[in-house]
Design a protein around this ligand. Structure first.
Ligand SMILES: Cc1cc2nc3c(=O)[nH]c(=O)nc-3n(C[C@H](O)[C@H](O)[C@H](O)COP(=O)(O)OP(=O)(O)OC[C@H]3O[C@@H](n4cnc5c(N)ncnc54)[C@H](O)[C@@H]3O)c2cc1C
Length: 496
């Protein structure tokens, strides 16, 4: 049986083991996808003594993880050495509280707890794999270091409402890599480890269907490679680490249409095949409407002292929160026009301005001029700025509770409105919804029962980051690497 069409299996329909005439390959743990989640799963499964085979659809390792900044959200247990040497202590309870808030109304408390308690150990694990972190901290607000520095404020830790529940602490750890794009370095390090452990890696090998036995246990995979389908028996389990679905416009339109407003999906394959393979055997997908969205409108951090307005001339967010949270709130506004208002003392050219296409929408010597030039409803911008300035002068923001250190009346001309139109500027997005899993990586069905033989991790799952408004940089790779490890370990420990 080699033809998918005649066989009837696909990513939507599993193949029956009883229909497999011949197993082309037998392994213990079969992993789909060689990004951060797949690599971490492979390392742990191999370390636990399992025979591991890793299938990657493309011709090299890395996936979207290799495009990333490589930043990982870590802390707790008193702090990583880098947090401590920058003068921060970070308790596991504060990390847990932050993760829970960041996870939104349906945060996975068990995953948050496990991660918070073991995040420091995870840092040590990454270092043991060979990832190098420079002992340095950037105190100002950045999106990603342009240098090889490590620790940054990468979320909304200092901003309301997060700062009320968890003591703020910077937790974004970027590997020692000069410039943007440390994800390539991170993946090269993990890939070397996978090679050292002699994991059997098959490139140009796409998972096209799962294989189930008569009791609906997942017992293997159909892999399409070199133009033919190969039947792979996985004695201990299959781990789906195939990324998210931002590149599948049909799925985005179906599940997360608001994300389609953001014009720049970021990813590699990310076609949802991992999620659909899971669904084909009854796996439950959750939070499929959620995604990360951003417009990198700061640095410079002086712009945070400005205010964001919509096309009604009204504020809608405390501007000191993470840039991804601002963008989430933008998606929820009516209209397409958004502006950052700054005065002479707060204005600075956005460092990602050219890249993100953020230009000057209006400039003038009075806010009235700006209001007119932007053709906003008469008096709306004026009223917004007047109210903001009046309270900022007293160090207060009663509407949105922006932190006192970012409050300053915008009263020094000339004034500027930075143009952040959603249909023009570069709004980046990727998905956060996916298969529901236990902290062990076991995939659940709709009644929350584990599906025997099936595991998943990374953006194929709805993991720690599952709420766009709470996402913080570093959470996706934290989730992919840490819970990839759990899946690898748990699959390897299954008895055959
Ligand atoms: C520009 C950019 C910057 C980012 N910066 C950060 C950051 O600093 N920190 C952070 O936490 N997150 C960041 N992210 C997000 C993060 O990179 C991803 O969410 C994360 O890497 C996902 O990891 P993953 O292992 O789940 O998927 P991936 O790394 O995408 O790996 C999935 C792999 O599966 C393969 N695959 C897909 N389908 C199949 C199939 N059917 N059969 C076989 N193989 C298949 C793919 O080719 C891919 O190699 C960034 C993203 C981008 C694009």
């Amino acid at each position: 049986m080699t033809e998918a069409s005649s066989a009837g299996y696909s990513r939507h329909r599993p193949c029956r083991a009883s229909d497999v005439a011949h197993w082309d390959l037998q392994t213990e743990v079969a992993i789909v996808g060689f990004g951060a989640a797949g690599a971490s799963a492979a390392i742990e499964a191999a370390n636990a003594g399992a025979k591991v085979t890793l299938f990657e659809a493309t011709s090299g390792h890395g996936g979207t993880s290799a495009l990333s900044g490589g930043e990982i959200y870590m802390g707790g247990n008193g702090g990583t050495p880098i947090q401590r040497s920058a003068g921060f202590t970070d308790s596991s309870d504060d990390l847990y509280e932050y993760l829970r808030m960041a996870g939104g109304p349906d945060a996975d408390a068990a995953k948050c707890r496990l991660y918070a308690d073991h995040s420091l150990a995870h840092f040590e694990w990454l270092v043991a794999q060979g990832v190098v972190y420079k002992n340095s901290f950037i105190p100002t607000r950045v999106v990603e270091p342009f240098t090889d520095d490590c620790l940054i404020w990468s979320g909304s830790e200092e901003a309301w409402p997060f700062c009320e529940s968890a003591k703020p602490c910077p937790r974004g750890h970027t590997p020692q890599w000069m410039g943007l794009g440390g994800g390539k370095y991170l993946m090269d390090v993990l890939a070397k480890r996978v090679a050292d452990l002699e994991v059997d890696v098959r490139f140009d090998a796409r998972a096209v269907a799962l294989i189930v036995d008569a009791s609906h246990c997942v017992v293997g995979l159909v892999i399409r490679s070199e133009g033919r389908d190969q039947f792979v028996r996985a004695m201990k389990g299959v781990i789906l680490c195939a990324g998210g679905f931002i590149m599948n416009r049909h799925l985005v339109q179906q599940h997360a249409p608001h994300l389609a407003r953001a014009n720049t999906p970021i990813g590699t394959v990310d076609d949802g095949s991992g999620i659909q393979l899971g669904q084909s055997v009854g796996a439950h997908a959750i939070h499929m409407n959620e995604g990360f969205v951003t417009l990198p409108w700061y640095p410079p951090e002086s712009l945070i002292k400005g205010i964001f307005i919509n096309e009604q001339g009204q504020r809608f967010i405390n501007e000191d929160c993470y840039h991804g949270r601002t963008a989430q709130m933008i998606l929820q506004q009516r209209g397409t026009r958004f502006y950052v208002l700054a005065d002479q003392e707060t204005y600075g050219e956005p460092e990602f301005g050219e890249f993100a296409k953020i230009g000057i929408g209006a400039a003038g010597d009075s806010w009235q001029e700006i209001e007119k030039e932007l053709e906003l409803p008469a008096g709306a911008l004026m009223a917004t700025v007047e109210l903001y300035n009046r309270h900022a002068a007293n160090g207060e923001d009663p509407l949105f509770r922006k932190g006192a250190k970012w409050l300053k009346p915008l009263n020094k001309p000339p004034f500027v409105a930075l143009d952040c139109r959603i249909d023009y500027c570069t709004y980046f997005t990727f998905t956060l919804g996916g298969l529901e899993t236990l902290p062990s990586g076991e995939v659940l069905d709709a009644s929350r029962e584990p599906i025997a033989g099936l595991y998943a991790a990374g953006r194929t799952t709805s993991g720690l980051p599952r709420w766009g408004a709470g996402y913080s940089s570093g959470m996706s790779l934290a989730d992919a690497t840490f819970f990839g490890r759990q899946a690898g370990l748990n699959a390897a420990q299954q008895r055959v």
